[in-house]
Every structure is written in C-alpha cells, then in structure tokens.
Design a protein around this ligand. Structure first.
Ligand code: FO1
Length: 451
C-alpha cells in the first residue's frame, strides 16, 4: 500500500471507462522507487487495464537551457528502456504540459501524477486538474516525509522542522514494492516522439543553448544508482569529517539526479541508513531535514525566489547597510567570467561554469561574496538566482532557492553586525585557508576545467 499521506486527488472527478491508466511523469523521472508509478500500476491492475507513462517535453521550462535538457532527455531514454522491460509503454510528447496531458488522457480512465513544489509545477497540475474529464491524482514521492505531514506552515528554521521530520521517519522509511503489471501496454497506439533518441529531441526543442552539456556525470537512473554505490563504498566513511573540505571529494554528487527525479531520496536514505556508518547521521540531516526544509520553504513561501521571502530582520539589516562601501565591486560580466581578485571564488565560479556543480561548502562562500561585491543586496539576490538557475545542473530546484535565501539570512539567525552584511552571517577567505587546503582546491579545478 502507498501511504495515504502521499496521495491527493486534485480535481475530485471519478475514474471513468477508458483504455488505460495514464501516469503523467513530471518530477519523478524514474522507473523504480516511484510511489506515483506504483500507485498508477495498482489502479491499472484493479481495472484490468494497461498502464501508459507520459512525459511532456516543454521548451519553456523557466531558466532552463541546453545543459539541463541534455541531462534530462538522456535520463529519460534510460527510464523508457527500463519501463519497457516492465511491459510499460513510455510516451513522450513535445508541447505545453496542460494541453499535452489533456490530449494524452483522452482515452484514459484515470490520470496519476507525481508532486512538484515549484510555482510552475503547481500551476501545471492545477490547470490540468480543471481541464481533464477524469480524475487526476497526485502522489508525493520525491520526499521522505510528505511536506504537509511534517508541517502545515512555513518552518522558521531547520531546528523547527527537524523534530517533526524525525517523529515521522519510522512511518515513511519504507521500501516501494515494484508491481507486476497484469496488462502489457507496449502495443498501444499513440502519437509520440521517440524517447530513445535524446539527441534528436534536443535538436528539436527551441531552447537557450548558451550553457554546454557536461560530460563528467552520466545522466539517468542507472548512473545515479552507480553514483550512490560509489558514495557508499568510497566516500560515506569520510563524509562525516571531510565533507566540507573543497580540496577533497567526499560529497555524494547525487543532487543533479535528485533534481530530475532520476533517483529517489527514499532509496538513498534507506541505503545510507543500512550501512550503520557514523557518517549516516550528518548525511541524512542534509538529504532529509535540509532538503525537505527547502520543499517546505517553496511550498509555503510564495516569494521563494525573491528578496522579499527573507525574514524581516535580514531584509532590514541588509537594506540598512546597502549604502556601505564595498571592499570590491564587480559587474555581472566580471563575475560571470571569473575575473575577481579572489582565486578561491574564481575557482568556484569556474567549477560551476564548466561542470554545472560546485563543492557544497564553496557554494556558500561563493554566494556570500556575490552579496559582498554587488552594489545592492536586492541586485545581488537576483544575480545569485540567475547564476544558480542557469549554470547548475541542480539549479531551478527548491534546494537551490533555499540555498540562495540562506546566503541572505533565511533559516539562519542574526550574527554580530558588520559592514555590508549587517547581521547576516559573514564568511571570508581567511576562514577557508585556516580550515582547508585551498591551493589544493584551486589546483583540482584547474585540472578538471583546464582554466
Ligand atoms: N519537466 C517537464 O515535465 N518537462 C520538461 O520539459 C522539463 C524541462 C526541464 C528543464 C530543466 C529543469 O531543470 C527541469 C525541467 N523539468 C521539466 C522539470 C524537472 O524535471 C523537475 O520536475 C523540477 O525542475 C524540479 O525542481
């Protein structure tokens, strides 16, 4: 059984006679550990109907470009292959999601979808709910504890959310059983594009092509599982003590896969917990408490991508210090091309530009310096969101929005007052040098990015 807290009917309409059950795959782009897919399989089996999986490829996903579409489409080709092995037809169509799902559902008895938290994802689902003539049911599968089950309002900080999550973990850390489909759907006739040719699809979409795809990380659920295995066998042990050192490699590299739903956070959490490693706890704090704090944030704060989402103390202190003299000031162009006086910042920026990722600790430092070196905090906020969304594989994600907000004081507390930052937490290069081998980090980025 899929836990009832994960399930929400979106339009109150009943199922009707139809040729298949349709799963509109959107957030959870995977064939395993997917509550929405298995829920749809149950509904199909109880009606003796086949199950069809549908994905809408839209060319105007906000702030997305070639780098992200390449990762997503290659991943989807793997998912299509795996679904086929289960006798499930995967239909991909270009278009606008609401219209496309309504068309794909013309002969469906029922439509099931997964849950996404961003404005655009909520909007698609709300409009589709009104448009469809059959039931639309949402199943939440990209968090361990369903968002409203943990809390029904915005959490002020991780300290507030943590005990609520921990209290429910036992109930939700449960594997997702893979169902056997009674009826095979491979032969169903439907108009579709070929998901096994991501290159052709990439050429066909009209998107911003300015950020290049990355080659160091293979997309798709299979690669995600391999990345998890490598993390468990070689990195988890050192995660507890060395994850913050940017010259070392103890982070999981899972965030791009999590962003596109190519791996389930539940599967990762259970695998990590099973190791019994002392590092499991700090890792699960990031994967569950911190990540789900970001879902809580975008779910309950409608201004999650703007300066106005900050707590009043942070907005006030930053505005009060907006006129302070900046030790350095850089234009967007100078920042974008990594031309500052700070070799560590330049290395972090280079890492993001060339790999679509940045070491987690450097991501905090990098953001703090954008705040420090931009003439105005509100402009700095916009710039940070822009860089985040454009260059990171895992940008355009609740985690990215919460990370940007944290730089400006969200989910944090006031610290001692100082120029520019006011009471917002400060970070500096001396701190980095004291704690880590920063030359090693710069060298590593040079080796990887050739800059
Ligand atoms: N979801 C879709 O349903 N269709 C798309 O064409 C699509 C493109 C896309 C591009 C970049 C990106 O970061 C996300 C994209 N998504 C798309 C959504 C994505 O898979 C996730 O659901 C959310 O971004 C989660 O934050």
């Amino acid at each position: 059984m899929i836990q009832s807290e994960r399930i929400r009917p979106l339009n109150g309409k009943p199922a009707r006679d139809g040729k298949f059950v349709l799963y509109w795959m959107q957030q959870a782009q995977r064939s395993e550990w997917n509550h929405a897919l298995e829920y749809a399989a149950d509904r199909a089996n109880e009606r003796d109907l086949p199950l069809v999986v549908f994905f809408c490829l839209t060319d105007d996903f906000p702030d997305a470009n070639l780098r992200h579409y390449a990762f997503m489409l290659e991943g989807l080709s793997v998912t299509a292959e795996r679904l086929k092995k289960r006798g499930i037809r995967f239909v991909l169509r270009k278009g606008r999601p609401v219209t496309a799902v309504a068309e794909a559902a013309e002969q469906a008895a029922l439509v099931v979808t997964d849950r996404g938290y961003l404005r655009v994802q909520r909007d698609w689902r709300e409009k589709a709910a009104g448009r469809l003539n059959c039931g639309l049911i949402e199943v939440e599968t990209d968090v361990v504890v369903p968002v409203e089950t943990a809390m029904d309002h915005e959490a002020y900080s991780a300290a507030v959310l943590r005990p609520k999550i921990h209290a429910r973990l036992g109930a939700f850390l449960r594997p997702v059983r893979k169902r056997r489909l009674k009826k095979n759907s491979i032969g169903i006739q439907m108009r579709f594009e070929d998901p096994s040719r991501p290159d052709a699809l990439l050429k066909a979409v009209r998107i911003d092509r300015s950020a290049q795809p990355v080659s160091w990380l293979t997309p798709g659920e299979q690669a995600a599982e391999k990345t998890l295995k490598i993390f468990l066998s070689r990195k988890l042990e050192g995660f507890g003590t060395s994850r913050n050192d940017p010259s070392l490699d103890f982070t999981s590299d899972l965030s791009p896969y999590l962003h596109f739903g190519q791996i389930s956070p539940l599967a990762v959490a259970m695998a990590v917990r099973e190791t019994g490693s002392p590092s499991a706890e700090p890792f699960l704090e990031e994967l569950i408490v911190r990540r789900e704090l970001s879902m809580n944030f975008v779910r309950f704060n409608s201004r999650y991508d703007a300066f106005e989402n900050l707590p009043s103390w942070a907005r006030e202190t930053l505005r009060l210090h907006a006129g302070d003299r900046r030790p350095f000031r850089y234009t967007r162009e100078a920042l974008e091309s990594a031309e500052t006086h700070d070799p560590y910042w330049n290395a972090a920026q280079t890492e993001m530009m060339c790999r679509g990722k940045m070491h987690g600790y450097m991501r905090m430092y990098w953001g703090k310096k954008i705040l420090e070196w931009t003439p105005d905090p509100e402009e700095a906020y916009r710039l940070l969101i822009r860089f985040n969304n454009r260059y990171f594989l895992d940008g355009r994600d609740p985690n990215g929005y919460a990370g940007a907000a944290w730089i400006f004081g969200k989910h944090d507390r006031p610290w001692g007052e100082r120029p520019v930052f006011g009471k917002v937490r400060y970070m500096n290069d001396k701190g980095l040098e004291r704690k880590f081998d920063m030359r090693g980090y710069v060298r590593k980025v040079k080796e990887r990015c050739g800059a």
